[in-house]
Structures are given as structure tokens and as C-alpha cells.
Design a protein around this ligand. Structure first.
Ligand code: G6P
Length: 362
């Protein structure tokens, strides 16, 4: 219950929860390692994932966005085919299933009715399910065959922050464990890489002043804002847009850089804010091309990147982390941009209008 958890010196739960992220990542490392510092996962979960010929991730909202990043991990690291579905769509519009599907429900609260409706249906069909949740003992956890816990601590602000990064960290752990179970050799230690991520998240909080200034200049009065990215940066952009919509009521859209020319670029005017993510070496050149295109049409562009280059506009530079794990750090400035935008627009950060923390009706 919110009243039991102190905000301490923080003006809002959301800012507190953003700042807690490095500690959450360190806690996840602790929870998922054995006495020798090696990655440890429930044997039954390992077998369930290893035996599946395809994983169906089902979730809503921010958890759905974490699922998109999880697909990248499970396919890229563990070579398991993955589909990611919005729960409320899946329930009425079920795709053809593979021979041995495994369902993975991602839910901070473990109580979301849309996700539960899918769980009930796939259990009725006799399939296996794993729930990834922040609330042990929640409905989705009790009704699934297996549970992975997020260990993020209670999340009070309606806009989800630390649960998203916890979900991504746990999905990375699941992907690496699956790869190992399948005999795939990896050239990195996931727990060490997550420790580097925790430090990187901390370093980003030193950039709060810069991020607040960017929020003030770009987002105090605008009606809209676009987030562009390619590959996994596209997925993180969708989450950045959702954060901004939820708490600042700015109409925001995250989309794939390459799609700009197929429609959205028509919306770019003088002063339209565009936040561009560039953390993936194989697509960075192309996204920089998109930055030039929107800047030429008058957009105010802020680039969030791992490398410093010298195109125009503002820049938020991310500390270096393993390329798979960049969503864990690139989302932090997006969370902060949404937070400061909401403050500058006098919005109720922790309790945005029309939204509930946990939606228990379909
Ligand atoms: C609500 C919340 C969102 C959340 C979504 C899914 O709409 O406002 O922040 O992402 O539900 O919640 P879950 O608890 O299933 O992750």
C-alpha cells in the first residue's frame, strides 16, 4: 500500500523509483546468482524454455514493451523463436500456435485482467505458462506453472519505471540461461554486464540537470513529440513515448526510423521535438540519416547515443554497456524527460488522470 512506503526526501514516487533502478539491478544480480557468483535459475523453468519450440510473450502497456526487448534477447542470444503479443488482442485474435509453445506473461502487478484472460485460455488449451512478475503470489503467478520474480520492490507511481528495467534484466538472464542449456557458447558474463549497467544508470543521474533543461526547452509547451529508433531502439522509443503520454499528456509516438518517409515525416514542422535513439552499431548510420531529414524540416532534435558525433541538436550521451543491454540505460533519460515534462506542465506525476496502476477489468 502506497501509504506504507516512504517517499523520503523525494517529491514524487516516480523520481524515487527511477533512482532506485541501479539498486534493483544489483538486487536481481544477487537473487539470480549462486554461492560461486554463477547465474542460477530454477531447473524446471530451464527445461520448460528449452523444450519449447516457440515462446509467446503476452503482456500489456510497459510490460509489453519489455517483452519486445525480451524477444531480441531470446532470439539473438538463445536462438528461440519468439512472438510478442498485446494481451487484449491475443485473446480475441489468437495466432496459429506452434507444436510446443511456452507462454510467458510479463506483468508488474500480476493482476492485469487482459493478461489473465489469455492465461486462463491457454491453460484451458493445456499449454504451459511462465509468469514474470514483481508480485510473488499474485494471480498470474499462482495460476501459471512457473514464476520468475523481479525483486524490484513495490512500484507506487502509476507510470512504470523500475519494473520495466527489472523485466528486461530478468529476460536477459532467462535468455542467457537458455543459451547455456542449449550448449550455445557466449562471450560475455551476464551478471558482470548487468553490474556495469547498474553503474551506468547511476552515472546518468548526474545528467539530471541537462535532461531537465532539455525537457523544459522541448516539452514545456509542445502538443506532440516523436521518438525514433531502429531495431531495439525502436522498442525503447515506444516506451519513451508511452511514459510521456501517460504523465505529461503530450501526444507522443515512437516509431521505426525507416518508416518516417512513409508517412510520419508529414507531421514534422518547425520546432517539432524529435528524440532519436542511436545505441546499435548496425543501424546508427541510418538513424543519423533520419535525424538529418527531420532537422532539415525544422525539428528540434535530441540524440540519445553511446557515441559522441557532431550532428546538430542536443545530445544525451550514455555510458557504455553491452550492446544487448542498452535499453536498460537508454530508457533512463526517457523516463526523466517524461518526469520533468510533467512537472513543467503542472501534471500530477504519480497519479495521472484516467489511469490506474493495476487494471483488473478487461
Ligand atoms: C496499467 C498500468 C501500466 C502497466 C499496465 C500493465 O495500464 O498503468 O503502467 O504497464 O497496466 O500492467 P502490469 O501490472 O500487467 O505490468
Amino acid at each position: 500500500d502506497a501509504s506504507d512506503i516512504e517517499k523520503g526526501t523525494y517529491p514524487h514516487y516516480m523520481l524515487k523509483e527511477i533512482d532506485e533502478q541501479p539498486f534493483v539491478i544489483r538486487n536481481i544480480i544477487k537473487q539470480y546468482q549462486d554461492a560461486n557468483g554463477q547465474l542460477k535459475l530454477d531447473q524446471n523453468i530451464r527445461s520448460a524454455v528449452k523444450e519449447a519450440d516457440r515462446i509467446y510473450i503476452v503482456a500489456c502497456g510497459t510490460s509489453y514493451h519489455a517483452g519486445l526487448v525480451g524477444k531480441q534477447f531470446l532470439e539473438g542470444i538463445a536462438s528461440v523463436p519468439v512472438e510478442v503479443h498485446i494481451a487484449s488482442e491475443f485473446v480475441y485474435n489468437m495466432p496459429l500456435l506452434s507444436q510446443k509453445p511456452l507462454f510467458v506473461f510479463i506483468s508488474q502487478s500480476g493482476e492485469t485482467a487482459d493478461s489473465r484472460a489469455v492465461l486462463v485460455e491457454v491453460k484451458r488449451l493445456g499449454h504451459k505458462a511462465l509468469t514474470i512478475t514483481n508480485v510473488p503470489g499474485s494471480t498470474l503467478s499462482r495460476e501459471a506453472d512457473h514464476t520468475l520474480n523481479l525483486y524490484a520492490g513495490p512500484e507506487i507511481a502509476v507510470a512504470s519505471t523500475k519494473a520495466y528495467t527489472a523485466q528486461i534484466a530478468v529476460l536477459a538472464i532467462l535468455a542467457v540461461d537458455t543459451a547455456r542449456a542449449k550448449g550455445i557458447t557466449l562471450d560475455f558474463d551476464p551478471l558482470q554486464e548487468l553490474a556495469i549497467v547498474a553503474n551506468a544508470m547511476e552515472a546518468l543521474t548526474d545528467q539530471k540537470e541537462n535532461i531537465e533543461r532539455i525537457a523544459r526547452e522541448y516539452l514545456s509547451v509542445t502538443r506532440n513529440c516523436f521518438f525514433i529508433g531502429r531495431a531495439v531502439d525502436f522498442y525503447v522509443g515506444m516506451e519513451g513515448a508511452l511514459k510521456l503520454k501517460e504523465i505529461s499528456y503530450i501526444q507522443a509516438e515512437g516509431f521505426a526510423g525507416g518508416e518516417l518517409k512513409h508517412g510520419t515525416i508529414a507531421l514534422i514542422e518547425d520546432g517539432t521535438p524529435v528524440i532519436a535513439l542511436a545505441t546499435q552499431s548496425h543501424v546508427n548510420l541510418s538513424i543519423r540519416g533520419n535525424v538529418k531529414e527531420v532537422a532539415a524540416r525544422g525539428a528540434d532534435v535530441c540524440v540519445i547515443s553511446t557515441e559522441v558525433t557532431k550532428e546538430e541538436g542536443d545530445r544525451i550521451v550514455l555510458p557504455e554497456v553491452h550492446e544487448y543491454l542498452t535499453p536498460l540505460v537508454s530508457v533512463v533519460p526517457l523516463q526523466l524527460l517524461a518526469y520533468y515534462a510533467a512537472l513543467h506542465r503542472d501534471c500530477d506525476v504519480d497519479k495521472p488522470r484516467n489511469l490506474a496502476k493495476s487494471v483488473t477489468v478487461e
